[in-house]
Design a protein around this ligand. Structure first.
Ligand code: GLC
Length: 405
């Protein structure tokens, strides 16, 4: 049995110890030393955690993400904000990267709004929020099919995943080669950006399934936010766009033969048939039919169900490597997305087991960046903020029976 109050206290300590402030802007660093900057999708998870601890901090986290310091990026929210500078060498600009990350800010904003009912908060951030989604549509949907392309593996949030090996021309790469590939691509991107900011870039061009699922889900959330503050036309427009993204995911990414949604590569949108848990994130966005959802759950139970699930790569796949960064570890932010998806489709029992296993993982190994799905060993950075997302899971699950008050 785990005591809810103990768990809450340990997450509170974690979040407080990672709280940062620059010129009155507050955010939570992902982890001490390793990740001192503000990171886009991390901050979304941090805001969701802080709904349960410190609602003002949850709002500040999203505000600072959207009013990022530095160059005007045409509405784009950078994947890293360097509040104290330091981005020049990698990006050619000091205060923020020139790439983005999974766009779940609108969903995080709506969750914070629903918990606080603070209309002034959503009024205040609505404009930069909608500009980010408009920026993605304008700059990252070159073929006009409503699917967003990413230009670097870092944008996916899944830096070293085997999903990107082919796009980077790798076969069985070592960790060193993978890192070299990412850094090399970033150097080229810097050069390209200095001449043609945001122009089409083909060195790495992938339409990822999870990024797009989160995009569609956030467009629905944005439509809801617009409605709550009386922007009815915007609301209709974003709802319509969200449906179109869903439709495109279903038509172009779903593969009836294998029961997976695949990422698409390059101009000709070849399906990248590398299985991963990214497919399960479509459940979060309500994209699969019930029959497709059942097939995804079957995949999950047959190929991903370790003692400490969900690994990002199926355990029987040649690329599965449980200790290697993004090549088969368990990440609790992804578990959160998957659990919410399971709940949405009525797989409550499975969701509860996964919540229990996620909580036990933090009991066993602490708040780590990611974990070995077989042994439960903690990996990557220590005191990693987004693993505090278990607090949201135990608070919102109807009766996680193993937690007592
Ligand atoms: C790593 C992860 C990325 C995350 C960042 C900060 O780079 O791959 O997804 O946003 O760490 O936690």
């Amino acid at each position: 049995m785990v005591k809810k109050e103990d768990l809450r206290q340990s997450v509170k300590d974690l979040m407080k110890s990672n709280e940062m402030e620059w010129d009155g802007n507050r955010y939570t660093r992902p982890a001490p030393t390793t990740y001192e900057q503000q990171w886009l999708w991390d901050s979304c998870f941090h805001a969701i955690i802080n709904i349960h601890l410190d609602a003002d901090m949850a709002k500040d986290e999203l505000r600072s993400l959207l009013y990022h310091k530095g160059t005007e990026l045409g509405g784009m929210v950078p994947h890293m904000v360097y509040w104290n500078g330091g981005g020049e060498e990698l990006w050619g600009q000091n205060y923020g990267s020139t790439i983005t990350q999974p766009p779940l800010i609108a969903r995080a904003t709506l969750l914070v709004y629903e918990a606080t009912q603070d209309k002034s908060f959503i009024c205040q951030i609505y404009d930069p929020l909608r500009r980010h989604y408009d920026w993605l549509l304008k700059n990252r949907d070159g073929d006009g099919d409503y699917l967003i392309s990413i230009v670097h593996p870092w944008e996916s949030g899944w830096d070293a995943s085997p999903r990107w090996d082919a796009a980077l021309s790798f076969t069985n790469p070592t960790a060193g080669e993978l890192l070299g590939g990412r850094l090399g691509l970033a150097r080229k991107l810097k050069e390209h950006f200095s001449k043609n900011p945001f122009s089409v870039w083909k060195d790495f061009m992938v339409e990822p399934v999870d990024f797009n699922a989160l995009f569609s889900d956030s467009l629905f959330a944005l439509a809801e936010i617009a409605k709550r503050i009386g922007h009815n036309e915007d609301s209709l427009r974003y709802r319509d766009l969200a449906s179109k993204v869903n439709q495109a995911i279903s038509t172009k990414m779903w593969d009836e033969n294998t029961g997976y949604y695949w990422d698409l590569l390059g101009d000709n949108e070849a399906q990248i048939k590398i299985p991963s848990s990214a497919s399960f994130i479509t459940l979060f966005a309500g994209i699969p039919s019930m029959k497709q959802a059942q097939r995804l759950v079957n995949q999950m139970l047959s190929h991903y169900w370790t003692d400490y699930p969900i690994p990002t790569v199926p355990i029987d796949h040649p690329a599965f490597s449980p200790n290697e960064y993004w090549r088969g570890n368990t990440w609790l932010n992804l578990n959160w997305l998957i659990i919410k998806g399971l709940e949405r489709y009525g797989f409550q029992d499975l969701a509860k087991i996964l919540i229990e296993k996620s909580v036990l993982l933090t009991r066993k190994a602490g708040f780590r960046e990611y974990y070995n799905p077989i042994t439960g060993e903690g990996l990557g950075s220590d005191s990693h903020s987004w693993s505090g997302i278990i607090l949201d899971l135990i608070n919102s699950s109807s009766n996680a029976g193993f937690v007592t008050n």
